[in-house]
Design a protein around this ligand. Structure first.
Ligand SMILES: Cc1ncc(COP(=O)(O)O)c(C=O)c1O
Length: 270
């Protein structure tokens, strides 16, 4: 619970991966493979964690290009530290090859970070651990109702498999054993005063309510995508023409034909 934002959760998770590799003597494992679809914070967190970023391409449907991933894994060899993958991705698609992708990384000695910022399309239906993820963060402001402005203050809890536990953030002022690693935020427990909101939300929704919320989130994104699709081509969809938690529209025809700029679109949608 210590990270104050999703991005801080990424940093905490990657530091845990780094600590794990170092504890095994794998000091050379410092390559973090990140798909071109990733949120910008992924690469920033990897650099903050002292890793070298290698970008893996996406296919024309917006998914991680598995053939390119195999090349990048082979090129990294025993320097592969981690793959960061977002499920569903920032392209608004459920990565259907996610299990194969996680297996490929593990077979090469890497660890898998599943970015859980878009868990609002997953809660109650799937578990990142079952995909093969080793560590994830959640964005409480995106899935569990807390307020959040740019850069926080928020809460980006990290969940990890047992083998990464010793490398999760600690704090010299914490009165309980948080882990042996250094802190990722100034306060031992980050911003705990926000947590009752998520707790109350989860209690009030209950298991079936949370599943309904997930279904409504995906349904709403598809409603918006469908409504807009006559006017704006959708950039990426899954194999049944559906999107996940969000939809990316293609404004390039408008930029070309009507001289509309990115700023115009940002103003119109904000
Ligand atoms: C996929 C993804 N990862 C990470 C983040 C970073 O989260 P935060 O803004 O809480 O730092 C976001 C934010 O929207 C996101 O969409």
């Amino acid at each position: 619970m210590q990270p104050n934002a999703g991005s801080q959760g990424e940093l905490a998770g990657l530091l845990a991966i780094r600590g794990y590799h170092r504890s095994r003597g794998d000091f050379q494992r410092n390559v973090c493979v990140i798909p071109s679809s990733a949120h910008g914070t992924n690469a920033a967190s990897a650099v903050l964690a002292g890793m070298e970023v290698v970008v893996v391409a996406c296919d024309e449907d917006g998914n991680v290009d598995v053939a390119d991933l195999k090349i990048k894994i082979a090129e990294a060899g025993d320097t592969l530290a981690a793959l960061m993958i977002t499920y569903p991705s920032t392209h608004g698609v459920f990565e259907e090859a996610v299990v194969e992708i996680c297996d490929l990384v593990h077979a090469a000695g890497g660890q898998v970070y599943i970015d859980g910022a878009n868990t609002n399309a997953v809660v109650g239906y799937a578990k990142f651990g079952e995909f093969g993820g080793d560590v994830s963060h959640l964005n409480l402001h995106k899935t569990f109702c807390i307020p959040h402005g740019g850069g926080g203050p928020g809460v980006g809890p990290v969940v990890a498999r047992e083998h990464l536990r010793p490398f999760l953030p600690g704090h010299s002022l914490a009165q309980v054993d948080l882990g042996s690693y250094g802190p990722v935020s100034a306060a031992p427990f980050g911003s705990p005063s926000i947590l009752p909101i998520s707790w109350a939300y989860i209690q009030m929704m209950g298991p079936s309510g949370l599943m309904d919320a997930t279904a409504v989130a995906v349904l709403s994104a598809n409603y918006v995508a469908k409504k807009l699709s006559d006017a704006f081509p959708l950039l990426y969809t899954g194999k049944n023409g559906m999107v996940a938690h969000e939809a990316v529209i293609d404004i390039r025809p408008l930029q070309k034909d009507a001289g509309i700029s990115n700023d115009d679109v940002a103003e119109a949608t904000s």
